[in-house]
Ligand binder design. Structure first.
Ligand code: NAP
Length: 527
């Protein structure tokens, strides 16, 4: 049952006076549960609990934390269909999507459990003493990653499970040994509360300290800002718009003690179509891209919003078929009327720009809050001159840019803002013959795709989900996969420290049997 209360550590609490409700975009009506926004006093309590919990939780072993993460996954699954129903009622997304995303979320938690149970992730590095070294003796130094401190995670509107309450950032921070305070996304606050209840249950069952997790409701920017400014908070995870991500990044940088903000923000995910590939398979690629552009009503950070090609018969064929195919796809519900309104106005802004023409526009407006697809077209020269055309239009929209030649295509790619992904559709010989296009794209993105689509983000250690700004605020880190644990740690060295007082990962005996670097050699051996 949804109570609308916050979780201040293990306690449900609703001391604030500001309330709000979520919205069912499918039924175009408000949901009935009343959610109470966290008060300043509740924010302070949650942070104080997290700071206390950090002292205990950061010293839990990998096995203990893994047990906690697995229990969270189990408790989320135990919520069953009730959770799926709340998810769909607050997001407009289908039950099948909810179940898939729940699977991904519990899969992430279990993957982190395995990762920390094994333990090598701490990157233990040991340089033993050499008292005889000339001209000066070398001292014993041992380094490993340790937890950063209490972390704030902002739930993302477009992933109520996988990038929200128990999503990637939460799983990674808890795995690292950091207590987490979630600033719940107001669009799916009920879903957030249910998932939070699963985390709290798991924490209690596995003996984790009170304050290891809190969930705070909000319907405005105040709660998030108060959390980011709080001196006991040591890091922030965010997924959403450039405007909000940048505001939080600036806020964190202005603190007396600046802290890292790992924000994953907008991206238009350019796709380059080279002529030979289109001459061979323009129709096939058009069908595939009609599906990718409209997937999930285009509400994915990897949605292909920019299609680049060189003028010619293949590109003409591609554009015509894309228009024919995309119009056959039935539009689907967007997350919220505000997201749908933003989509409509951003679409209108693009098509009102000089030199832009509409290739295809789904015009049936009978369904409220549905994302009606559009593909527009512009020349390379106009695109280069107009920064408005470079902005993300969050929804099923894509802009086809007709470049006059390969040189103009490279110029456009070089001028693009940082992106999560870049895709090249080419024959083998074409990709080999165009290293300048490949290297230009590699410079602007975090992940490069050959003959595929950018939508569909596999969760595995080799995934890089993050790219040069503004795709993310720090391109060195990923938001997806077990490597994202690196966001929430800092390297720490012990100098000449007694063996019996060292953490297990750095002891001579290597009791965790982890892979370490000892005097420059990777080994699991004892010292
Ligand atoms: P958003 O505007 O980025 O907001 C995300 C969260 O940040 C919300 O919880 C919001 O709090 C908070 N926030 C916003 N501005 C803030 C500020 N100045 N200071 C502190 N907190 C702030 O995202 P959204 O509301 O989910 O969606 C709006 C637009 O974001 C979409 O239309 C889309 O363009 C973009 N978006 C992009 C992606 C992507 O993956 N690229 C994903 C989701 C959304 P409150 O809501 O409580 O005010």
């Amino acid at each position: 049952m949804i109570t609308g209360k916050n979780y201040i550590g293990n306690i449900r609490s609703s001391e604030g006076t500001k309330t709000f409700t979520t919205f069912n975009p499918q039924e175009n009506k408000r949901n009935t549960s009343v959610i109470t926004e966290a008060s300043i006093e509740e924010i302070d309590k949650a942070v104080a609990l997290a700071a206390n919990a950090f002292q205990v939780y950061s010293n839990k072993t990998g096995l203990e934390k893994a047990c906690f993460l697995r229990a969270i996954a189990d408790e989320i699954e135990a919520l069953g269909t009730a959770l799926i129903e709340v998810y769909t009622s607050e997001s407009g997304l289908a039950a099948a999507r909810a179940m898939g995303e729940r699977g991904r979320t519990v899969g992430q938690l279990r993957a982190f459990a395995l990762h920390i149970e094994e333990g090598t992730w701490v990157a233990a590095s040991i340089d033993t003493a050499q008292p005889e070294r000339q001209p000066v003796a070398k001292i014993d130094l041992r380094k490993m990653n340790i937890a950063l401190g209490p972390i704030v995670v902002f739930g993302a509107s477009n992933f109520p499970f996988a990038f929200s309450t128990a999503g990637g950032d939460t799983a990674a921070a808890l795995a690292a040994g950091c207590p987490v305070i979630v600033k719940s996304h107001p669009m799916h606050a009920g879903t957030g509360e249910l998932v939070a209840s699963a985390i709290i249950k798991a924490a209690q069952k596995t003996g984790m300290p009170n304050g290891v997790f809190s969930n705070l409701n909000s319907s405005g920017i105040e709660v998030g800002q108060a959390l980011v400014k709080h001196p006991s908070i040591k890091g922030v995870g965010f997924t959403g718009s450039i405007r909000a991500g940048r505001a939080l990044f600036d806020l964190a940088a202005k603190r007396p003690e600046p802290i890292p903000v790992f924000a994953e923000m907008g991206s238009v995910n350019p796709v380059i179509f080279l002529p030979e590939a289109l001459n061979e398979k323009a129709v096939d690629w058009a069908k595939i891209y009609a599906g990718s552009i409209t997937l999930g009503a285009g509400q994915f950070c990897t949605n292909p919003g920019l299609l680049l090609g060189i003028a010619g018969e293949g590109l003409n064929q591609f554009g015509l078929t894309l228009a024919e195919e995309i119009i056959k796809i039935a539009p689907t519900c967007m997350l919220h009327p505000t997201i749908c309104d933003a989509y409509e106005s951003n679409k209108a802004k693009v098509v009102s720009q000089e030199g832009v023409s509409v290739l295809v526009d789904y015009e049936d407006t009978s369904q409220n809050n549905y994302g009606r697809q559009i593909v527009s077209k512009v020349s390379g020269a106009v695109f280069l001159e107009n920064p408005t055309l470079h902005l993300e239009v969050f929804g099923p929209s894509s802009l086809l840019v007709i470049c006059k030649d390969a040189a103009q295509l490279v110029q456009i790619v070089n001028n693009l803002e940082g992106q999560l992904t870049g895709t090249i559709i080419a024959t083998d010989s074409e990709i080999a013959a165009n290293p300048s296009i490949v290297s230009a794209l590699q410079n602007r993105v975090g992940r490069i795709i050959f003959n595929g689509v950018p939508t569909g983000v596999e969760v595995c250690p080799s995934m890089q989900h993050g790219g040069p700004y503004p795709a993310s605020t720090d391109a060195r880190f990923t938001a997806v996969g077990v490597d994202s644990i690196k966001r929430w740690v800092r390297p720490f060295s012990f100098q000449a420290w007694p063996n019996n007082l060292l953490p297990a990962a750095l002891k001579n005996e290597n009791p965790l049997a982890i892979l370490r670097t000892v005097d420059g050699v990777k080994t699991r051996n004892k010292i």
